[in-house]
Design a protein around this ligand. Structure first.
Ligand code: FAD
Ligand code: FES
Length: 259
């Protein structure tokens, strides 16, 4: 995983958890979407536990990106050096919604899905009790260093090298009575598994769990112009870059969604 702090005052001032930026990566016609992982000030850079902007008098003027190398664009991003300029656009898309009356927030992060949920945990912490379950294949993929210490962190690894052995869906039932709202970011198969689990528990009332998910589909323009990221939902076609990337879990027709 790579952590990149960027000085971007306009984006940092208005960014909300769940929103993303797109980055122009040299010679690639399509900009690459990456979630906003944190906002902060120059003091935040290199701070092992992350510094939440509201603990400071200073306004946030930096954003952080947390990403994995999956191809040439993210490879190029990972090689940027301090002092270079990057062409980024944002904040884009909608955001996670959290209300003050919902006290207990359960966050489900599959792998790199921890990236936007860290920002959500930081922003939602005042007035909420937060538990984050991080599911990874193995211990070396766990990334929790920017989570506020008040967040209850539970690790689940498929190979059992850290925390409980298994998948997020193995521990999820233990928290369903506790959670007032659920927020998830991870791979498509994780969402499908969660959706099936909810349907088993409350047939025809998936929505009882009030779960919001952030979708990562392939994007073209990233600004709502090309319709390349359109998915079918129960309330009609929606562009992930514009009406999303955050959707109610029960709104998605999972069998129709592809990367
Ligand atoms: C709203 C949004 C937020 C995202 N936030 C993050 C983030 O915070 N951190 C992070 O590491 N990644 C994030 N991604 C995924 C990231 O955009 C892709 O990994 C990246 O675009 C791949 O570009 P590339 O040039 O490196 O790979 P490419 O050469 O374009 O593709 C390499 C491989 O990656 C797969 N891939 C391409 N696009 C995606 C995608 N959108 N999701 C999953 N796999 C993809 C391709 O199918 C291919 O197998 C996000 C995606 C979206 C849509
Ligand atoms: S990527 Fe072009 S409309 Fe969403």
């Amino acid at each position: 995983m790579h952590l990149l702090w960027l000085k971007a005052p306009d984006i940092a001032a208005t960014a909300l958890p769940g929103q993303f930026i797109t980055a122009y990566c040299k010679d690639m016609p399509l900009r690459r979407p990456v979630s906003i992982h944190q906002v902060g000030t120059s003091d935040s850079i290199g701070n092992p536990i992350g510094v939440h902007c509201t603990t400071h008098d200073k306004k946030p003027d930096h954003i952080a990106l947390l990403f994995q190398i999956t191809g040439i664009g993210t490879q190029w991003l990972s090689q940027r050096e301090a002092g270079e300029d990057l062409d980024i656009l944002g904040p884009l898309g909608n955001s996670f919604q959290f209300e003050t009356e919902a006290k207990n927030l359960l966050l489900l992060a599959g792998g790199i899905g921890i990236a936007p949920l860290t920002f959500l945990a930081q922003e939602a912490l005042p007035g909420h009790s937060i538990t984050l379950i991080h599911g990874t294949s193995t211990a070396s993929q766990i990334y929790a260093r920017s989570l506020p210490p008040q967040v209850r962190f539970i690790s689940v690894t498929e190979d059992g090298t850290a925390g409980r052995q298994g998948k997020i869906t193995d521990v999820l039932p233990d928290f369903l009575d506790w959670a007032d709202r659920i927020y998830a970011c991870g791979p498509l198969n994780m969402y499908k598994a969660i959706s099936e689990q909810f349907l088993e528990i409350t047939p025809d009332k998936n929505s009882a769990f009030k779960c919001q998910v952030s979708l990562e589909v392939r994007m073209g323009c990233g600004i709502g112009a090309c319709y390349g990221c359109t998915i079918k939902t129960r309330s009609g076609p929606k562009r992930v870059c514009r009406e999303g990337p955050v959707f109610p879990l029960e709104d998605i027709i999972w069998e129709e969604v592809k990367l």
